[in-house]
Ligand binder design. Structure first.
Ligand code: F6P
Length: 457
């Protein structure tokens, strides 16, 4: 492969601005592109009153970052609208939160065309193009319409839902048809692949070929699970750096000998933070031995606040926080610490290493890299315990975690209690298996397996 071109809605932070990466996607792909060099194209993160079609470029590490602004209308209809009011809730099994408007679909396609037209002049004949995530499903088809002949793959970072949900979307057929423009379509788990195949075969008269490929809409493509991983070695190293240790020391001092439970998520209803808070309150109610002996630190940087479901979630968390702290706090103990700040990876690695339990309980999640980063950041001689929702893609790999059902509060309460009391030997043996898995299925393996499939396609 000569040059890798990654196209995604979010791009990694420009080094000159030094912001922390917004989500797992940016973090995961930066290391992939650093290894290859090439081009990363996406939205600059800025919204302007007019649409500038001029692409800004910026050289960093060994790749070029090329970005485009969005107009207010495009931002509203494509990002806030179709991507985050329709696709996101639907793919996370929350059809009741879908607020669909026909203009969203129009804006979504308009931005995909805009992206295709803007990136087209930057492409070289031998490039391999890798399109990321639900914002840009139609991009490959649009590039081909403009004459692109390069190999193109697509990876979906979020879940692909059951067909009964997919068909509630007016554009479902056009969307799935667009995926068949790619030579390889990757999902996080086998379950996502199964749901996708179910749609293709039952709703679109597609067929599974004897070699495992899938034919539909006159095209035959590879459809496979490629569970995304992390750079485990570098997180483990970060966790012992002086900067990480300084954060850890500050946190340990503030805990005054108490055990720490940690949660780190974008403030998103799919993460189940409200149910997590309630389960924690139940733990304090049911097991008084933990009162004043434990603190839950929930880090939740706000996200997508122009979407009302996110604002409602934020209000609900603030209400629960007040209730729980009001009920259980003492003058020298705050049971629940809730922080809306974003921390960089080094700080987070230090905080993860301090925690006895990571409480990772999404109601639905494509993978969940926090679970993997928590494991990688642990002290092998005194590791913490991972409490993990069965509805995170990561639960299919991290089987030695304490797996819970976030819809069953009692299962979360019991797992928290068990994690807080778990003897050192059991913590070590579970952690060793988890760490082996995180190391084996790391970000390099994810990138290589996807790109090898695409190259051979
Ligand atoms: O991983 C899913 C994802 O939507 C990414 O595509 C995105 O970078 C991240 O979550 C953060 O969301 P947003 O870009 O909407 O802030």
């Amino acid at each position: 492969m000569k040059r890798l071109v990654i196209i995604s809605n979010r791009v990694p932070p420009m080094k000159t601005r030094g912001r922390a990466a917004a989500g797992g996607l940016a973090a995961g792909l930066s290391s992939a592109l650093k290894a290859f060099g090439g081009l990363w194209f996406g939205w600059s993160g800025e919204v302007k009153d007019t649409q500038e079609t001029k692409v800004s470029t910026h050289r960093q590490d060994n790749y070029t970052l090329a970005t485009l602004h969005l107009s207010r209308e495009n931002h509203e209809e494509y990002y806030n609208g179709f991507a985050n009011r329709a696709l996101w809730p639907l793919c996370h099994y929350r059809p009741n939160l879908v607020a669909y408007d026909r203009s969203f679909g129009v804006g979504y396609y308009r931005v995909n065309v805009l992206f295709a037209e803007a990136v087209m002049p930057l492409l070289e004949a031998e490039d391999t193009i890798w399109v990321q995530d639900y914002h840009l499903i139609p991009l490959g088809a649009e590039l081909q319409r403009l004459g692109a002949k390069q190999k193109m793959g697509f990876f979906l970072h979020i879940p692909w839902p059951a067909s009964e949900l997919v068909i509630t979307l007016p554009e479902h057929r056009a969307l799935v048809r667009a995926l068949f423009a790619y030579g390889v379509v990757g999902f996080q788990t086998d379950r996502d692949v199964q749901s996708f195949l179910d749609y293709v075969i039952r709703e679109a008269d597609g067929a599974l070929e004897p070699d495992g490929r899938v034919t539909c809409f006159g095209r035959t493509i590879h459809v496979k699970a490629f569970p995304i991983g992390i750079d485990a070695g570098s997180i483990a190293t970060l966790a012992t750096q002086p900067e990480a240790t300084a954060h850890a020391v500050r946190l340990v001092d503030s805990l005054a000998g108490r055990q720490l439970i940690i949660g780190v998520d974008r403030l998103d209803y799919s993460k189940g933070i409200d149910r997590r808070f309630s389960a924690y309150a139940k733990l304090l109610g049911k097991y008084p031995e933990h009162r004043a002996k434990v603190s839950l630190l929930q880090i939740a940087p706000p996200s997508r606040m122009e979407v009302s479901a996110y604002r409602a979630m934020r209000r609900e968390l603030e209400r629960l926080l007040g209730r729980i702290n009001g009920e259980f706090a003492d003058y020298d103990w705050v049971p629940l610490r809730y922080v809306n700040k974003t921390y960089n990876h080094t700080a987070l690695a230090g905080l993860y290493r301090t925690a006895r339990v990571a409480f990772v309980t999404p109601l639905r999640d494509g993978m969940n890299l926090v679970a993997k980063e928590f494991i990688a950041a642990q002290d092998p001689e005194d590791p913490g315990v991972l409490v993990l929702s069965r509805f995170a893609g990561a639960a299919r790999q991290l089987r030695e975690a304490l797996i819970v059902n976030p819809f069953d509060e009692q299962s979360m309460v019991d797992a928290l209690h068990r994690g807080l009391k778990m003897p050192l030997e059991e913590r070590k043996s579970r952690w060793r298996s988890l760490m082996t898995n995180v190391e084996e299925h790391d970000i390099d393996r994810w990138r290589e397996s996807f790109l090898n499939t695409l190259t051979a396609a």
